[in-house]
Write a protein of this length. Structure first.
Length: 289
């Protein structure tokens, strides 16, 4: 018996950092949604009491460092599961890109094993377990559109934003999330209009969403990675309605309503950026088959 799960990438429509906490984390408020660029995970029951991971991607560890492995281990130990599992990851989301690929794989593992092992756990319980793996995993468990607060694990679900096309471009150099947070200067930050973004989403106001895209982590990643700013400028020149860096970066996304315009942006970026994707905004959980 085996189970299939899709693990979509996320983008940040807003990302605000409020203050540094006494633990190693920052208190944040961010509106996130999902796009149709997804890893695919397969889960096979094993008789032996073992978690096996495989992925063809050379940047993804095939051992206990894999976030999917960590999610499976937490679930297995917490519910004393004696069966083992083999997890194969077909990696489509660029790694260390600000698109939460690893977190989404961990979340898909929690959803998939909940079904494979027939645990009947609620989304809330899976999200709580996910927060032990990483700050973005709870959001990824819901796999929808949401406001994420706390260190990212306090989730308030939102409706899907207005439908549009999303052009994603990832510069070659990956970014370490931890070092971006560490380098952030909290003085004189221009904060996003989080409430305004939520209202724009709720009223289906596409222009309102575009006008409010903002990510305070750009203040760290942009000066260190000139390519990110170049890609932003190129997307604007080619007709994007709005552009922003996702998460800690370095991936940049541009929003457009017409497919022809998305194609134009894609073609204009192909020359100097190897990894470019045109995808639909999803914003709600999609079941496979
Ligand atoms: C920036 C964001 C935005 O969605 O995503 P990515 O760019 O990684 O996709 C998230 O806040 C990242 O979430 P995630 O990648 O799950 O972070 P974690 O593994 O929990 O933490 C990695 C490190 O980032 C820092 N960190 C993370 C979250 C937070 N609220 N404050 C922090 O200071 C901590 O130094 C932590 O050790
Ligand atoms: N299943 C996984 N997919 C991708 N990266 C993973 C996975 N498991 C562990 N990692 C590690 O997590 C790090 C961050 O990966 P990722 O989630 O893709 O980036 P981001 O946090 O920027 O969205 C990578 O350096 C990678 O080695």
């Amino acid at each position: 018996m085996y189970i299939l799960e899709k693990a979509p990438a996320k983008i940040n429509l807003t990302l605000d950092v409020l203050y540094k906490r006494p633990d190693q984390y920052h208190e944040i408020a961010m509106v996130m949604t999902t796009v149709d660029l997804a890893d695919r995970l397969e889960f096979f029951l094993l008789d032996k009491d073992k978690i096996e991971i495989s992925s063809e991607n050379r940047f993804v560890p095939n051992d206990e460092r894999n976030l999917a492995y960590r999610a499976a281990k937490i679930l297995k130990e917490r519910y004393q599961i004696k069966q083992g599992v083999r997890i194969t990851i077909d990696k489509q989301i660029p790694v260390a890109a600000g698109l939460a690929g690893g977190s989404s794989d961990a979340a898909a593992t929690l959803r998939g094993l909940n079904r494979l092992w027939n645990l009947q756990l609620s989304m809330e319980t899976l999200a709580e377990l996910g927060s032990e793996v990483g700050s973005d995993v709870s959001f990824c468990v819901y796999d929808s559109t949401a406001l994420a607060e706390g260190r990212g694990e306090v989730i308030t679900e939102l409706p899907a934003p207005p439908q549009c096309w999303v052009v994603l471009a990832k510069p070659v150099q990956g970014v370490s999330t931890q070092s971006v947070y560490q380098s952030l200067n909290l003085d004189n930050l221009e904060h996003p209009d989080t409430e305004g973004m939520i209202k724009a989403i709720k009223t289906g106001d596409y222009d309102g969403v575009c006008n409010r895209l903002k990510n305070v982590l750009e203040t760290v990643t942009l000066p260190k990675n000139p390519e990110v700013e170049q890609i932003k400028q190129q997307m604007i020149r080619s007709g994007a309605d709005a552009v922003l860096m996702s998460g800690s970066g370095p991936t940049v996304f541009g929003l457009v309503q017409q497919e022809s315009r998305a194609d134009r942006i894609y073609n204009s970026l192909r020359g100097f950026c190897e990894e470019v994707y045109v995808v639909r905004l999803l914003g709600t959980h999609q079941t496979l088959d």
